[in-house]
Design a protein around this ligand. Structure first.
Ligand SMILES: Cc1cc2nc3c(=O)[nH]c(=O)nc-3n(C[C@H](O)[C@H](O)[C@H](O)COP(=O)(O)OP(=O)(O)OC[C@H]3O[C@@H](n4cnc5c(N)ncnc54)[C@H](O)[C@@H]3O)c2cc1C
Ligand code: SF4
Length: 507
């Protein structure tokens, strides 16, 4: 499929534009909503604040990728710096830079939404056809190539301990197993939204504007009548805004981006619920060095996972976590290690022999993990997110699990990614270390690449932000179509769930 035609907003000189449907954000949610509207014969435009970079522009360079393709050059954090947040800010949003792991929504998550949030229309049966359709669209398939050593060591450790694991389906076509997914796939194998839904949307006539920052929704009575848009590079300058009128407005600027835009636009919010309950899958990291080379920068980044530590029961008190591995590239490792001087240098020297596991903790399933709140201050968007003692207890358990797996896989040394973390050579020494380490914010390194919630769907306006079709409760023609719709986190990587939900809502 031919990649979409893109217009840079820097080149647009009309002061007023008009469409049937405008979509804000070009990630999985925005791309698919735009395609469905085009298929209905509507005049559609997409506004994306990031640059219009495509396959030929990806140069396999880590620093360039973070600068060009990530929100805040990959330096976004929660308000107090407790969690580092990775999000896409480019044509295709997160789908352009993600690691291609493609999971369906877990059963327990759907059951929680049915029983606690009255979302009875979202169940395995009602979503089945939508998952099939979106898997076909983005090429989800079993990964047949053997895992790289980083993933293989996770499998080996789990196998030794008798813990279940499986391989991860990926959304690629003709993948060459390079490992550069996080910097934009240079071969076009990754089926991001600009290679799939936006490409088809463009061929059906959608106008796709990049470098186009949507500042505000303009509201009259109970309807949105226009967007105020400016070139991204002029956000802080005095550049005049362009007006974009439409009949229907679809917000798909991602969790944080969507509630941020709505708050900045002063949309009616009588129950003060907008931007609350934003979730992150707060993620802990455990590193290990091996005698043999691991080369964790090569090969498909995520191909093995374990859900053995995710609760099976609706009333389980513990948060639970999914185990996966991250690709390890020099800049990401250097900036993730909260260490100084010699210790930092020594670990960096051993990069090629380093393996890491991540534990993605579920948030939002228990009253002691209520998620964070999106705030807007002087037009800038922030996420205030507290790592509660309940979550900290889960972090400690997750580090113990990961360390045990790494020693079982034959690690020479294991280290928690923590400000006071030390490399140790035995499982007993690791257990002693973890029991004495504080899990307090800023001591333990916590990261997230999965932002969800903040505009939860629901039946009651008092308890939700949109209705069960994803329409904003208090404005007639405003719809939300991204990961911010989820009432809890998912407990798994979100892309495929976002696509299936959007497909379901568009019917
Ligand atoms: C490094 C990394 C690895 C990941 N790996 C995986 C994985 O393997 N599997 C998986 O399922 N998920 C993965 N994810 C997460 C997944 O990519 C996201 O959950 C998904 O992309 C979210 O989709 P979305 O439609 O909600 O929003 P996004 O993809 O975040 O898209 C929103 C878009 O809106 C734009 N935008 C925001 N505000 C404005 C504005 N005011 N005006 C105009 N445009 C705006 C943004 O620039 C962005 O491009 C990963 C994410 C990252 C960062
Ligand atoms: S492993 Fe390489 S070829 Fe495959 S999707 Fe990732 S970047 Fe593209």
């Amino acid at each position: 499929m031919k990649e979409p035609q893109v217009i840079s907003f820097n080149e647009v000189d009309q002061k007023e534009l008009e469409f049937d449907v405008v979509v804000i954000g070009s990630g999985p949610g925005g791309g698919l909503s735009a395609l469905r509207a085009c298929e209905r014969g509507l005049k559609v435009a997409v506004f994306e604040m990031g640059p219009g970079l495509k396959t030929k522009d990806f140069v396999m360079d880590e620093a360039t990728a973070y600068q060009n393709l990530y929100q805040e050059a990959a330096g976004r954090t929660t308000l107090g710096g407790e969690v580092t947040i990775l999000q896409g800010r480019t044509l295709g949003g997160g789908s352009a830079i993600n690691w291609t792991s493609s999971f369906e929504t877990p059963d327990l998550t759907l059951r929680t939404w049915q029983e606690k949030y009255s979302l009875t229309h979202l169940n395995r049966e009602s979503l089945k056809g939508h998952f099939e359709k979106v898997k076909e669209l983005i090429g989800v398939a079993t990964w047949e190539i053997p895992p790289n050593a980083n993933n293989e060591l996770l499998a080996q450790g789990l196998k030794k301990l008798g813990v279940s694991y499986a391989s991860i389906p990926r959304n690629v076509r003709g993948c060459q197993n390079l490992g550069y997914c996080g910097f934009g796939c240079p071969t076009g194998a990754k089926q991001s939204s600009f290679r799939t839904s936006l490409a088809r949307g463009s061929s059906l006539g959608a106008s796709i504007y990049c470098d186009a920052f949507v500042k505000k929704l303009l509201i009259k009575k109970d309807k949105v009548y226009a967007l105020e848009v400016c070139p991204r590079t002029a956000v802080l300058g005095e550049a005049p805004n362009n007006k974009v009128k439409a009949k229907t407005f679809i917000c798909a600027a991602g969790a944080i981006g969507t509630p941020g835009l709505l708050l900045r636009s002063l949309v009616p919010d009588p129950h003060n619920s907008l931007g609350k309950r934003t979730f992150l899958h707060p993620t802990t990291i455990c590193g290990a060095t091996f005698k043999e080379e691991v080369a964790p920068f090569y090969g498909a980044p995520q191909t093995i996972y374990s859900d053995a530590f995710i609760p099976r029961d609706l009333n389980e008190r513990r948060p639970g976590y999914k185990l996966e591995v991250p690709p390890i590239h020099p800049l990401l490792l250097a900036t993730s290690l909260p260490l100084k001087g010699k210790q930092h240098r020594e670990l960096m020297k051993r990069l090629a022999y380093t393996q890491a596991i991540i534990a993605l903790q579920r948030d939002g399933f228990h009253q002691e993990s209520p998620g964070g709140q999106v705030l807007v201050k002087k037009g800038q968007v922030f996420l205030d997110y507290q790592l509660t003692p309940y979550m900290q207890e889960g972090f400690k358990r997750s580090l113990l699990t990961m360390g045990e797996v790494q020693f079982a896989a034959g690690a020479e040394e294991v280290f928690p990614v923590h400000r006071h973390g030390e490399k140790v050579k035995s499982w007993q020494a690791f257990k002693n270390q973890i029991s004495n380490l504080s899990m307090a914010p800023l001591d333990l390194k916590v990261v997230s690449a999965h932002v969800m919630g903040g505009c939860a769907m629901g039946k009651e306006p008092k308890e939700s932000v949109t209705d069960i079709k994803g329409r904003y409760h208090h404005l007639e023609n405003l719809y939300i179509r991204d990961g911010s719709l989820f009432p809890t986190s998912l407990g798994t990587n979100p892309m495929l769930s976002i696509l299936a939900l959007v497909d379901h809502l568009e019917v």
